[in-house]
Design a protein around this ligand. Sequence first.
Ligand code: FMN
Length: 440
Amino acid sequence: MTKQQHFGWFLSRGFGPHGWARPYYEWNYDWRRPGLYQEGARTLEQAGFDFVLIEDALSVGISPATLDLRVRKAYGGPKHDPWTLAPYLCAATEHLGVIPTANPAAWHPYTAARQFASLQHLSGGRLGLNVVTDVGSAHHFGQDRLSHDAAYDRAQEWLDALRLLWRSWDDGALIADPETQIYADGTKIRAVEHRGAYWSFDGPLNAEPLSSDPVIASPGGSPRGIRFAGQNSDIQLALSNLDVEAVRAYRERVRANALEHGRDPGAIKTMFVFKPIVASSAEEADRIVAASANPDDAALLAVAEAWSSDLETDLTTLDLDRPLDPAIFGEHVSQGTIKGLRGRFDSFADAPFREILAGKARLGRIGDGISGTVGTAEELADLIQALGDDADNDGLIFSGDLHPVTLHRALDEIVPILRRRGILRTEFAPGDLHANLASF
Ligand SMILES: Cc1cc2nc3c(=O)[nH]c(=O)nc-3n(C[C@H](O)[C@H](O)[C@H](O)COP(=O)(O)O)c2cc1C
């Protein structure tokens, strides 16, 4: 029996200049206006995707060298606030979940609880929060940079505080009875108090109670990150090799952590992020892979520029023929991202930097480890089906911008195949985003 899976779209460079410097940019879409995203959201809903998740970073950084690298090709900025985009996406759709990124560093819990409750009502229960723990923007908020694990502790306190506020109206507090003309019963609203390590404030919240909380998504892959997911999340965004063993192992870690926190492991969907390149034939796929086999220095420099932005470390001036010294990253760069750059190498000392970058520039055929992204729609469907049937995978999150060219290239062929095979839903569950996630 083929396993049905959940699908999402990760708007991986957030609400910024979509398609900048790509050949498809000249379509007269204005990335600052809502139309581009609304069109994309409708396409995703039509395809049967559960949600769109919007990446965000709060900062372009401060170091003059990397600030320029981040904005020069618009890799890391400008970025507009995804929470202002969310209502437009909800208004354009009926079922699609909308999950902007929220970093607790930037939100007082009271403001967060109120705004998210308002949007949860406005969207008919389709809101989610992608809770992230980046500390690189602390200086914008007059904060000290927390350590990696302390940022998770703060995120836990923040979510607990949001839930406390969302529950400050007891059952029966909301009456809204036209007969008696009574709207609410103030004796059933509790003046909750929060006294924590990072925030202290009083409730209650002045928003109506929720019939369901917003969905919680989390992307951290460290042991502390997985613990956070096990305790809180409905969706874990996972990065991994897309092979049966790796997918099964990652999912089992998440489920074991949920169980340790007294939760039903089935209540959290582990969904793997991937960015396939769909070719029209196996021969074309082979050609694309072969063409990337020997990247020239210009191609390596382009890879270095993109990673410099993500790592907030200028990699473009390094000697390509010597190994990279990891000390240049300092202590606050994500270990996961550094590991991502190393790729198949255990240590940067194992290869000249040129080889590390070439490993990023080279493409592989689908099924061929982490670089295996190129294949036909049938090959891609075979991989997705195998992950569901053999690794019990919950789902996948396609990654990219929301430009129509990107969406149609990625989805036009694969969606009908996945539907024919019974892997992708053809209708939504009645109810909210939780209902869709829980429907299989
Ligand atoms: C797939 C993925 C998506 C992420 N999205 C964001 C994001 O949108 N904004 C952000 O500030 N951090 C983002 N992060 C960073 C995480 O929130 C976290 O800070 C980082 O992964 C380090 O935590 P870890 O060591 O537990 O993985 C993302 C990480 C991953 C793996």
